[in-house]
Design a protein around this ligand. Structure first.
Ligand SMILES: [Zn+2]
Length: 87
């Protein structure tokens, strides 16, 4: 009887532990993804020089006004997936 109780205790303990670990993994990766998207958005909002000609780009500009080069290659690759998580 005591062995049986111990077995049940171990099984319940393992279930709780696995559940906690999976929650940590899932929510940790979600928080990491959101934080990364936020930092990328903050990076894009900042005024920075054009990578091709060096003239300063406006924060909202997606293309260089002087030479027409894209501000960031990621804008060209996936314009439809932009601003899904950013406010
Ligand atoms: Zn330029």
């Amino acid at each position: 009887m005591m062995v049986f109780m111990g077995l049940i205790f171990v099984v319940v303990f393992v279930f709780i532990l696995v559940g906690m670990l999976s929650h940590f993994a899932i929510f940790g990766s979600m928080v990491w993804l959101i934080a990364r998207r936020a930092s990328e958005a903050a990076e894009q909002r900042r005024a920075k020089p054009c990578g091709y000609c060096g003239s300063t780009l406006l924060p909202e500009a997606t293309m260089c006004g002087a030479c027409g080069a894209p501000r960031d290659p990621r804008h060209v690759v996936s314009p439809a997936t932009e601003n899904h998580l950013t406010p």
